[in-house]
Design a binder for this molecule. Structure first.
Ligand code: CUA
Length: 336
């Protein structure tokens, strides 16, 4: 009995040490959403259960190694045991109960993160290799950054133009896949609680630039959000080159095409206009308006030598003729 009391004290001390240790080293980034509160509660409870289980195993083991080590001159085996029905029933029932309790807590937390606010406003999030676009459907404009008013629920409708991506802002805790295809939209609700700047990450391996599939997230005061929305609505400039630069960001061209002459997945746009290109079939052509227009609308129509294995997403299909023309003017402005 003395041994059990000593081990119990040892396990209790170890549990507290490990639990507080894990709690203070900051395993999680800052918490910035209402939905995340429920995730963090669950996480904290798990940390304590993990600490207790760790202490239970390590505590008994350390105690046995030290106290029951072989004494000088001892030759025989230890006592033999032939099972213990009471113990076996206990260690089956107790963990089962704990697991079922956590399943209950998990499903309640899941329900809380999906709780709908009828005043939520809508943003359609489109993932494509390798960028994000945010369509503010309640307002009628698009952006390549996600700006959210604090303390109001946003309903994100996630979709993809090509492969599976996953929308994840660690500070908001919740995460959801963006799937390609009609009717495959997925919902994600976020109520940001902390002002600040965060980053959307893609959490599904989606190709060579997956690690760079990022977008800025700003959580701002509601007034500041309204001002920004109004500015976006005023529309873009009357200068086609400036408009083209905006589309360059919004439609994700920037993921694959540089404008400074450096190599990305696709050809750089610097000095592209007027250049002579050799195609995969050996033919040559001069990069002009017609060729660029066709290449944006139908990326696979003519492939430049060396880019045979690169599949450009069908981004141009969702762009208007005017937007494509603006992008061409932007390319022209980058030099011949
Ligand atoms: Cu998109 Cu990884």
């Amino acid at each position: 009995m003395k041994h059990f009391i000593l081990v119990a004290v040892l396990v209790a001390i170890l549990t507290v040490l490990v639990g507080f240790g894990l709690d203070t080293i900051g395993l999680m980034p800052e918490l910035a959403s209402l939905q995340g509160v429920f995730i963090d509660q669950l996480f904290r409870m798990h940390i304590w259960v993990i600490s207790f289980l760790f202490a239970l195993i390590i505590g008994f083991m350390l105690y046995s190694i030290i106290v029951f080590r072989r004494k000088e001159g001892e030759q025989g085996d230890g006592d033999h045991f032939e099972g213990h029905a009471g113990l076996e029933i206990a260690w089956t029932i107790v963990p089962l109960g704990i697991v079922m309790y956590f399943a209950f807590l998990g499903s309640t937390a899941l329900a809380e993160t999906r709780r709908a606010d009828p005043n939520a406003y809508n943003i359609t999030v489109t993932g494509q290799q390798w960028s994000w676009r945010f369509d503010y459907t309640d307002y009628g404009f698009s952006s390549d950054e996600l700006r959210l008013p604090a303390d109001r629920q946003t309903l994100l409708m996630l979709t993809s133009t090509d492969v599976i991506h996953s929308f994840w802002v660690p500070e908001f805790r919740v995460k959801q896949d963006a799937l390609p295809g009609e009717g495959m939209e997925r919902e994600l609700r976020i109520t940001p609680t902390e002002l600040g700047r965060y980053k959307v990450r893609c959490a599904e391996l989606c190709g060579t630039q997956h690690a760079y599939m990022l977008a800025d997230v700003f959580v701002v005061e509601p007034e500041e959000f309204d001002e920004w929305a109004e500015e976006q609505l005023k529309g873009v400039s009357d200068d086609p080159v400036e408009r083209g630069e905006v589309w360059f960001g919004q439609f994700g061209c920037t993921a694959c095409h540089s404008i400074d002459g450096s190599d990305k997945v696709g050809p750089t746009w610097m000095g592209l206009y007027g250049k002579e290109e050799i195609l995969a079939d050996g033919a040559t052509l001069i990069v002009d308006d017609a060729y660029l227009f066709e290449s944006i609308r139908e990326p696979q129509a003519k492939i430049v030598e060396g880019f045979e294995t690169v599949i450009m997403p069908p981004t141009g299909a969702s762009m208007s003729d005017q937007q494509i023309q603006d992008v061409i003017e932007f390319i022209k402005s980058l030099g011949e």
